[in-house]
Design a protein around this ligand. Structure first.
Ligand code: NDP
Length: 251
């Protein structure tokens, strides 16, 4: 069963003193989520593939008066378990804590029938959308355990809830994402302060959406800013005790 948050009014200091990692923070939904979390008081770790984009988000957060963020360039397609282990050590050394983890980075891959799908592209999509999320989660769990109320958010998709033709590895990776969310939430249940949920953003005005729907007028779909209430709700303490749930960010 999907959940929806309506009329959520977050406090301005909702995320004060929290350290939050956002993957794919340089563009699209991740960029806006990083800036929105910072605007509500969080120190943001910006992880992404393109350093110049991360630097722009860094500057935007600083210019808005948010807590000083940190930049960690990482190509999740190239990352291996050692990469994630070193990253977790670096986060521990620099911040000594982690309160939130937004798995947002994603790769669309091809829009083509399974019969034509390129094997290498399939593996890349699964690596970025699923394996990297597993690697980051596994290595960062000990730090999240130390948080008073850690929150892990995975990013799903409508095609990861009901399969559709030509969405290939992307759809399959999003089904796997929901599975990872559910397994982890069940493992945390009753033994940990960590809550684990997923968000389906719904049609949102980003480069990925424009690539998937080239004929669509971008102005007819929601802006990333419009879907932030669900992200804030799940990242902040108002959602304590909520776990194992799949949210739709649009009604
Ligand atoms: P964008 O393509 O606009 O942004 C994706 C982000 O992920 C970019 O910052 C990109 O980095 C980063 N990324 C991609 N590959 C890698 C990699 N190998 N290593 C590190 N970072 C990487 O997509 P959206 O903002 O639209 O999507 C965000 C999430 O929301 C995704 O998980 C997507 O599947 C999901 N989603 C989006 C919907 C929509 O309508 N927009 C609908 C449903 C789900 P760079 O900028 O450097 O390329």
């Amino acid at each position: 069963m999907s959940e929806t948050i309506t009329d959520y009014q977050p406090r301005k200091d909702l995320l004060k003193d929290k350290v939050i990692l956002v993957t794919g923070a340089g563009d699209g939904i991740g960029r806006v989520a990083a800036k929105t979390f910072a605007d509500h008081g969080a120190t943001i770790i910006l992880l992404g593939r393109t350093t110049a984009k991360l630097e722009m988000v860094y500057d935007e957060i600083e210019a808005a008066g948010g807590p000083q963020p940190a930049i960690f360039p990482m190509d999740l397609n190239e990352a291996r378990i050692e990469t994630f282990e070193h990253f977790a050590e670096a986060v521990d050394q620099e911040f000594g804590r982690l309160d939130g983890l937004l798995h947002n980075a994603g790769l669309l891959g091809q829009r083509t029938p399974i019969a034509n799908y390129h094997y290498g592209t399939w593996q890349q999509v699964m690596q970025v959308n699923v394996n990297a999320a597993f690697g980051l989660t596994k290595t960062l769990l000990p730090m999240l355990e130390n948080s008073e109320a850690g929150s892990v958010i995975f990013t799903g998709s409508g095609v990861g809830l009901k399969g559709r033709a030509f969405w290939g590895a992307y759809a399959v990776s999003k089904f796997a994402t929901e599975g990872l969310m559910q397994v982890l939430a069940d493992e945390m249940d009753g033994v940990s302060n960590i809550r684990v949920n997923s968000i389906n953003p719904g049609a949102t005005r980003t480069n990925m959406r424009a690539t998937a729907y080239p004929g669509e007028d971008p102005q007819t779909v929601a802006a990333p800013e419009d879907i932030m209430p669900t992200y804030l709700y799940l990242m902040g303490d108002d959602s304590r005790g909520v776990s194992g749930k799949q949210f739709n960010a649009q009604g």
